[in-house]
Design a protein around this ligand. Structure first.
Ligand code: AQP
Length: 357
């Protein structure tokens, strides 16, 4: 089970960090494995959203998931907000979660600081983004001003997983703490309502080798859908010309030559990471020898070409699919129904255990 927020067209970071792995999992799964991939609209609401843009982003995201190769015959692809069981379980888990546990989440702790987006030296966190949008200053923010969803969304994430009694969660390192919380909540539920034995398996995080892709404009931040500068990210739907222009304008440094040094030369390291990932190489060091005696123009040209090669198939498929509204809606309905059949079984057992029959 994994999910992605409909907060815009996915970017290269989402693709290399998550979506490409989902497709790999689908290709390598055993016939009895069940795969669920969700577009998590309720999570998107933790940030202020324009309703028309959110509606469009939900539709686009569904088309993107098909365009990259997820197959609705093999995987259950659905909108989280089409299945109320997530919310019902989230409430029950809310009532089992000490407030202190949520306040210790690093994503929440980051929300007590306000930094301007251009100056922030850590990857964007939602909380910081909200805080900086709302307060527009660099002072400490009063956490009582932040919306409650920012505090409790890790519980909703746990419910997204546990409502299907999922066993494996393919997510990046930034989600380790949330998967730990999910395991804790599963264990707490199992121990609190143990009359008929353990109900929830403790899900494991499936770690991938994929690297964080950084913003093309600010190497101290990750590439992000919500970052204000559109030139900081490459979208899955960008044309070859747009890809070249964005990479040409990507930040590098004032040193000469090409070396891989993520600490001293994060901008160059980011381009090498992107190039290596697009060429199917795990270690960015492996592509450094390609640029012996060369400089940034050659690195940028090779990176743009590799990105275009990687994205042109999904882009063409997205263009073909995204106007097929009735077809996409039909698939979304079917996906949600398949998801509900599974979650309903869990919720019947949950409700019987807690006494809400
Ligand atoms: N820059 C990145 N590099 C590698 N992986 C990334 N992911 C996100 N950004 C990068 C991974 O993509 C998956 C889906 O992300 P999400 O949309 O659910 O949430 P996010 O991490 O908050 O992604 P964004 O793009 O930054 O969205 P916004 O701006 O809306 O918050 C996750 O597995 C994530 O690790």
């Amino acid at each position: 089970m994994s999910g992605i927020q409909p907060t815009g067209i996915p970017h290269l970071g989402n693709y290399l960090g998550a979506l490409a792995n989902w497709v790999k999992l689908q290709e390598t799964a055993q016939p009895h494995d069940e795969l669920l991939f969700s577009i998590v609209g309720w999570h998107a609401m933790t940030l202020p959203q324009n309703p028309a843009e959110l509606a469009q982003a939900r539709r686009d995201m569904f088309a993107v998931l098909l365009a990259i190769g997820l197959d609705p015959k093999r995987s259950i692809i659905f909108h989280q907000d089409h299945n109320q069981d997530h919310l019902e379980l989230a409430w029950i888990l809310d009532c089992l979660t000490p407030l202190g546990k949520l306040q210790r989440m690093t994503t929440w702790k980051a929300s007590t600081f306000v930094m301007s987006l251009t100056n922030c030296f850590e990857p964007y966190s939602k909380s910081r983004l909200v805080a900086s949008r709302n307060a527009n200053s660099e002072s400490e923010v009063d956490e009582s001003m932040l919306n409650a969803g920012l505090l409790t969304y890790p519980i909703l994430q746990a419910a997204d997983i546990l409502v299907y009694r999922a066993t494996h969660v393919p997510v990046g390192d930034d989600q380790t703490q949330h998967v730990e919380l999910c395991r804790d909540l599963a264990d707490t539920f199992n121990r609190t309502f143990k009359a008929k034995g353990r109900l929830f398996p403790l899900p494991s995080q499936v770690k991938t080798n994929s690297k964080r892709i950084l913003s093309l404009k600010d190497s101290s931040a990750k590439m992000s859908k919500s970052a204000p500068d559109a030139r900081s990210r490459i979208l899955l739907t960008d044309s070859g010309v747009q890809i070249s222009a964005k990479i040409k304008a990507a930040v590098t440094d004032s040193l000469s030559g090409i070396t891989y040094d993520p600490v001293e030369r994060p901008g160059v390291a980011n381009l090498l990471t992107i190039l290596a990932a697009c060429m199917g190489k795990e270690d960015p060091q492996d592509v450094v020898p390609m640029f012996a005696g060369q400089g940034f123009p050659e690195l940028k040209a090779a990176t743009a070409e590799a990105v275009e090669e990687l994205l042109k198939g999904p882009r063409a498929e997205f263009e073909r699919l995204h106007g097929e509204t009735a077809y996409l809606e039909q698939l979304a309905r079917e996906g949600a129904e398949r998801a509900r059949i599974r979650s309903r079984q869990t919720m019947e057992l949950v409700k019987a255990r807690v006494g809400l029959v």
